[in-house]
Design a protein. Structure first.
Length: 210
């Protein structure tokens, strides 16, 4: 797995194409926002490369002050799914996070809500949650969350957390601060954003993880 920094390279283009083709349009970031994030340096692109080019990719945000890493997007070429590449990508990202300059406590990520949509959609979402659970991530059972789409209304999603240090608890205050930073730094939202305030007002005092 490589960090890809040259935005004019073939590998960068192929890795971003894998992400765009694998993720619905209303959950993607606008191109101008991506350019801003890449220039910042804390939002990073990683890719698996073979002789045929990029095979999988991930976009990861490394917080500077707070103790978390945000796994924003991961994607694998369709022909390689189910062969362990997604699991390997997740583990390598977790390994990178542990060795970051400021070692974080948690790797956080969004998943589609398995309580929304028709039966087929719910089953697909449940499989994705199961995938991350098998890797050691936990679902934040009592946390309500919506993705701040740039292309339409907020999208109900769920949050998961993967512990990067033993015997560390995810507190409401830590999660509140992490999501606020994601809204501000990744999505370019204001601190008084209505959706962010909704998330914060519905955050329980104690987070149930399973």
């Amino acid at each position: 797995m490589l960090r890809v920094t040259d935005r004019d390279s073939r590998l960068f283009g192929e890795a971003m194409a894998i992400i765009r083709e694998s993720i619905s349009g209303n959950t993607q970031l606008p191109q101008a926002r991506l350019e801003h994030l890449f220039a910042n340096g804390r939002y990073q692109l990683f890719a698996y490369e073979s002789r045929e080019g990029a095979e999988g990719a991930a976009l990861v945000y490394f917080a500077e002050q707070l103790r978390f890493v945000w796994l924003d997007y991961t994607a694998i070429r369709p022909r390689l799914r189910g062969k362990g590449l997604g699991s390997a990508l997740f583990r390598e990202i977790a390994g990178l996070a542990v060795n970051h300059n400021t070692p974080p406590d948690w790797l956080l990520l969004e998943v589609d809500d398995d309580r929304e949509g028709d039966a087929q959609h719910q089953a697909t979402c449940a499989r994705r949650i199961g995938f991350y659970r098998r890797l050691g991530a936990q679902l934040l059972e009592n946390v309500r969350y919506c993705f701040p789409s740039a292309y339409g209304p907020p999208l109900p999603m769920r949050l998961m957390a993967y512990s990067l240090r033993p015997n560390v608890a995810l507190t409401s205050d830590a999660l509140r601060s992490a999501v606020r930073e994601v809204f501000e730094e990744i999505h370019g939202r204001r601190r008084d954003d209505e959706l962010l305030r909704w998330f914060q007002s519905n955050l329980p005092d104690e987070i149930e993880m399973k």
